[in-house]
Design a protein around this ligand. Structure first.
Ligand code: SF4
Length: 356
């Protein structure tokens, strides 16, 4: 019999699982506390569960952990973790200490199908979705290794979390369940390149912060650098994102990677300002992180400030995000877990978009 990995079950599924084993539903809470709050990975050590229940659990289930292959530490304190998965694939997570916070950037897929032209993960192509356990274990392992100091979680690592919606939602429910990991939804951000119906679907299931990777002020330019835009154009994306139920006193974020000579002119900033006027949001400007073999350059600092100035004149709340961990290829768009980078799978999704 194939054993179930308990961490692959969301909170509701875990209840069903214990009921199927002939136990009361509150046993799921006890089990979750042992695994997520106390970090116990053996059913035998769960001393407030009956011997019979522990025996049934051992027969039917396992508790996973993820194998950390390498920790790379940047001169700026950013840490990149490479994990080896059971099937030989690899993923990366990045821990970014900044302004009293310790933000962990986690992956949702091995590679990514969406083929954004400025992103190394897009070059890897989509290999597979991560299981719920593999999403959770990135946090559990890194948090444990760093003495429980992770304060924020962002789904901005490898892959598009909404292209792995089911497992992303299950992981979010476990992260935020008060008896399991108990992380505040206000400290969790899901980042998306803009799969519009999945944004709607996510919003029906959970309230966390949403960050939308916009990166261009027109459909023409966005089609070029983010093929997903051919399917879900900018205005539709902005309208749907604005309806997303972020937690109270939190605001929708748009990310904009500034690429030298591509999307960073004052004219681009004005078009972006026009587009976002009246939308309750913040804008994060991220100077492009150069990485071979991506064909782009970072903009000079004065261009970044010039772009910000134009947006500020529209009354928008605009921050410039510092580059962190560039020396360990841990910065935004640089995660590829040492995969070869000219994989044809990278363009599969964009071809599908054209065919639709
Ligand atoms: S930016 Fe995000 S959605 Fe685009 S290719 Fe990279 S990982 Fe995928």
């Amino acid at each position: 019999m194939n054993k179930i990995n308990i961490k692959d079950l969301g909170p509701e599924e875990l209840e069903d699982f214990v009921i199927n084993l002939g136990e009361k539903s509150y046993r799921a809470t006890q089990l979750g506390k042992w695994i997520y709050k106390r970090g116990v990975s053996s059913f035998d050590k769960m001393t407030d569960l009956s011997k019979d229940f522990r025996a049934s659990l051992s027969q039917a289930a396992t508790i996973s952990s993820l194998k950390m292959i390498e920790e790379r530490i940047s001169f700026d304190g950013t840490k990149k973790y490479i994990f080896g998965l059971f099937d030989g694939n690899r993923i990366e997570s990045v821990l970014i200490p900044e302004n009293g916070r310790n933000t962990l950037c986690i992956s949702a897929q091995v590679g990514c199908a969406l083929g954004c032209t400025f992103c190394l993960t897009g070059r890897v192509g989509r290999i597979r979705n991560l299981k719920t356990s593999e999403i959770l274990d990135q946090f559990l392992e890194v948090n444990n290794r760093n003495n429980g100091s992770v304060t924020n979680i962002v789904f901005m690592g490898m892959g598009e979390p909404l292209d792995n919606l089911e497992n992303t939602v299950k992981a979010l429910k476990t992260f935020t369940h008060p008896d399991f990991i108990g992380f505040s939804p206000k400290r969790i951000t899901v980042s998306t390149s803009g799969i519009v119906p999945k944004i709607r679907e996510l919003g029906k299931q959970i309230s966390v912060n949403l960050s939308v990777s916009l990166n261009a002020p027109t459909d023409e330019l966005r089609n070029e650098i983010m093929p997903i835009n051919k399917k879900y154009p900018i205005r539709e994306l902005i309208e749907e994102s604005a309806r997303f139920p972020v937690p109270r006193r939190k605001t929708l974020t748009f990310e904009y990677v500034l690429i030298n000579g591509v999307n960073d002119s004052d004219e681009d900033a004005r078009k972006l300002g026009d587009l976002l006027m009246g939308v309750r949001c913040k804008v994060n400007l991220i100077p492009f992180n150069e990485a071979y073999p991506l064909p782009y350059k970072s903009p000079p600092d004065e261009r970044v400030f010039g772009f910000q100035k134009v947006l500020l004149s529209y009354g928008l709340h605009v921050r410039i995000r510092k580059n962190r961990g560039r020396d360990i290829l841990g910065a935004c768009g640089q995660l590829a877990a040492d995969y070869p980078l000219n994989n044809k799978r990278a363009y599969k999704f964009s071809n599908q978009v054209k065919e639709d």
